[in-house]
Design a binder for this molecule. Structure first.
Ligand code: SAM
Length: 232
C-alpha cells in the first residue's frame, strides 16, 4: 500500500479511511500480521500490525525492504481520451514504468476536462498492484504549444505518427537517454500541430506499424518498445 508522509523505522503509523477499512475489513488483518507499505520517498517497508480496529489500524514500521527505485526517465505525453480509456492508459503507463504522465491538450481532442484526482488514484492502485516503490508524476494538463515551448535539450521526443516515420524501436535504440513519447487524441493531430511538433529539434516521428492504432494501444505499445530498447 502507498502511504504518505514518508515512513521511518520504529514509527507507529495509524492508517484510517479507505486504507484502514481495506486492511481491517477486506484483508482481515490481525495484530502481529506483516504488511508492506511504500511511501514514494524512502521505498518499501515491512510493517507489523500492532492494533486493529474496525476502520483503522496501527502499524509498527520495522524494516526498509527496498529503497525507492530509480525510475526509467520516460514521460508519456498523451492527449486526453474518453474516461475509461485514459484511466487504462494511466494504469498501463504506471505498470510499464514511466516516470511522468503529462496530459496534453490538442485541437481534435474530444475530451478537454480531466479528473486528475481520479487519474492519480488509478496510478496509486496500479503502483501498488505491480510493486512499484515510486509513483509516476502526474502533470497538470497543458496545451500542445506550451508543452513544446522550451522543450528540454537533452530529452528526445518520440512523436507517434500514424502517417509514417522511423520504426519506433529503431528510433528509440538510436536515441538512448531521457525521452518522452507523444500520442495524439482519437482524431489525431491536425496539420498545424504536426508542423509545431516537427519544428522541435528533439522530435522524431515514429511509426508503430502500418495499422492505425487506438490512442491507448499506441501509448502502451510505444512505452513498451521504449522500455525494451532501454532494457528497463
Ligand atoms: N488521425 C487518425 C485517424 O482518424 O485516422 C487516428 C489517430 S490515432 C486513433 C491516435 C494516435 O495514436 C495518433 O495521433 C498517434 O499518435 C497514435 N498512433 C496510432 N496508430 C499509430 C501508428 N501506426 N504509428 C504511430 N502512431 C500511431
Amino acid at each position: 500500500l502507498y502511504v504518505e508522509p514518508s515512513l521511518s523505522a520504529g514509527e507507529m503509523r495509524r492508517i484510517d479511511g479507505a486504507q484502514g477499512h481495506y486492511l481491517a475489513t477486506v484483508m482481515r488483518l490481525r495484530a502481529g500480521d506483516p504488511v508492506k507499505l511504500f511511501d514514494d520517498v524512502t521505498g518499501e517497508w515491512l510493517v507489523v500490525a500492532s492494533e486493529v480496529r474496525k476502520r483503522d489500524v496501527t502499524l509498527e514500521v520495522r524494516e526498509l525492504l527496498r529503497e525507492r527505485e530509480v525510475v526509467p526517465d520516460l514521460w508519456l505525453c498523451a492527449a486526453p481520451i474518453k474516461k475509461g480509456r485514459i484511466d487504462w492508459v494511466v494504469e498501463k503507463a504506471c505498470e510499464l514504468g514511466v516516470a511522468r504522465v503529462a496530459p496534453v491538450l490538442t485541437r481534435r481532442a474530444v475530451v478537454d476536462k480531466l479528473n486528475l484526482d481520479r487519474l492519480r488514484a488509478h496510478m496509486v492502485e496500479a503502483a501498488e498492484q505491480c510493486g512499484r516503490t515510486a509513483l509516476p508524476q502526474l502533470a497538470e494538463p497543458v496545451k500542445l504549444p506550451a508543452l513544446l515551448r522550451d522543450w528540454p535539450a537533452e530529452r528526445a521526443l518520440f512523436f507517434a505518427d500514424e502517417s509514417g516515420g522511423v520504426p519506433a524501436l529503431d528510433a528509440m535504440r538510436a536515441r538512448p537517454g531521457p525521452a518522452a513519447i507523444l500520442i495524439g487524441p482519437e482524431g489525431g493531430f491536425d496539420a498545424d500541430e504536426r508542423d509545431t511538433i516537427r519544428a522541435v529539434p528533439q522530435a522524431v516521428g515514429v511509426s508503430l506499424g502500418p495499422r492505425i492504432l487506438r490512442a491507448e494501444t499506441a501509448a502502451a505499445a510505444a512505452v513498451s518498445l521504449w522500455m525494451g530498447a532501454a532494457g528497463d
